[in-house]
Design a protein around this ligand. Structure first.
Ligand code: ATP
Length: 239
């Protein structure tokens, strides 16, 4: 049976793969649990953006979900490890588990930029559900200065809403028809709308289905389903 990760393992594992390359995608989230919707988006983004590495960065504690109890970081990490097995270029970084919560994206992006250098192209992948909230993130404009943002649909929110969301979220960007992206007016950063496939799946609905007695097989990668069953996750109501 796959093991829950120990606290010592979280602290000592590498934050980055040995040779991450120069085009790096970052998908942050709570991943409680990681599900097929995350993987479909990650695989499509990896191909469409010609990434060398896609980093999955689970939040220790999402600042916007502090009132909701999340499953232990060590379980969420173990499930992510199972989900990315046999997916070349995918890497799970426990860097937010090493810091004092809450997990702010700006802190993660600063560490990545410092560790990887100015020449590396960073692409922060953000679903529209999260992007709609970005104005409320800590130092959101600074986040956008550290990486290109790749925004993708998350039903019920579609890319058509960007025209309304962009001016209030990142006012210093203009839409560039040629590049089909929002371009920073005084710099080189972009906000790239990408029509990635979105499955009608959420971690919330998966937790609710398991609580109601459903088998998670088919909603999450096979190893993750086995892990959930073996560790009796999501079978009891949260506090
Ligand atoms: P919860 O239901 O607990 O809020 P979630 O399913 O939304 O969780 P998160 O871990 O919060 O999952 O999501 C991380 C990122 O993955 C976000 O950018 C979110 O938009 C994206 N994402 C999650 N599920 C899907 C999906 N089915 N299709 C496309 N993007 C998704």
């Amino acid at each position: 049976m796959a093991r829950v990760r120990s606290e010592a393992e979280v602290k000592t594992r590498p934050d980055l793969p040995p040779a991450p390359g120069t085009r790096i995608g970052i998908l942050g989230g709570t991943f409680d649990p990681v599900h097929c919707g995350h993987l479909v988006v990650a695989q499509a983004a990896f191909a469409r953006l010609a990434l060398d590495t896609l980093l999955f960065v689970p939040a220790h504690l999402n600042p916007l979900k502090q009132s909701q109890a999340a499953t232990a970081f060590q379980h969420r990490l173990a499930m992510l490890d199972l989900a990315v097995a046999c997916q070349p270029g995918f890497f799970v970084s426990a860097m937010e588990g090493k810091r004092t919560p809450p997990s702010y994206t700006i802190d993660t992006m600063r560490v990545l930029r410092a560790r990887l250098g100015a020449q590396v192209e960073l692409f922060l992948l953000v679903g529209l559900d999260a992007f709609r909230e970005m104005k409320g993130w800590k130092e959101s404009a600074a986040v956008a200065r550290l990486a290109n943002l790749v925004v993708f649909p998350r039903p019920p929110y579609g890319l058509g809403e960007l025209g309304e969301i962009m001016p209030r979220t990142l006012p210093a960007y203009r839409y560039d028809e040629g590049r089909q992206a929002w371009q920073e007016t005084a710099g080189n950063r972009r906000v790239i709308p990408l029509d990635l496939p979105a499955l009608a799946l959420s971690a919330t609905s998966i937790r609710a289905r398991i609580l109601a007695g459903a088998d998670p097989t088919g909603l999450v990668p096979p190893g993750v389903a086995e892990y959930i069953v073996a560790h009796h996750l999501y079978q009891a109501d949260r506090p």
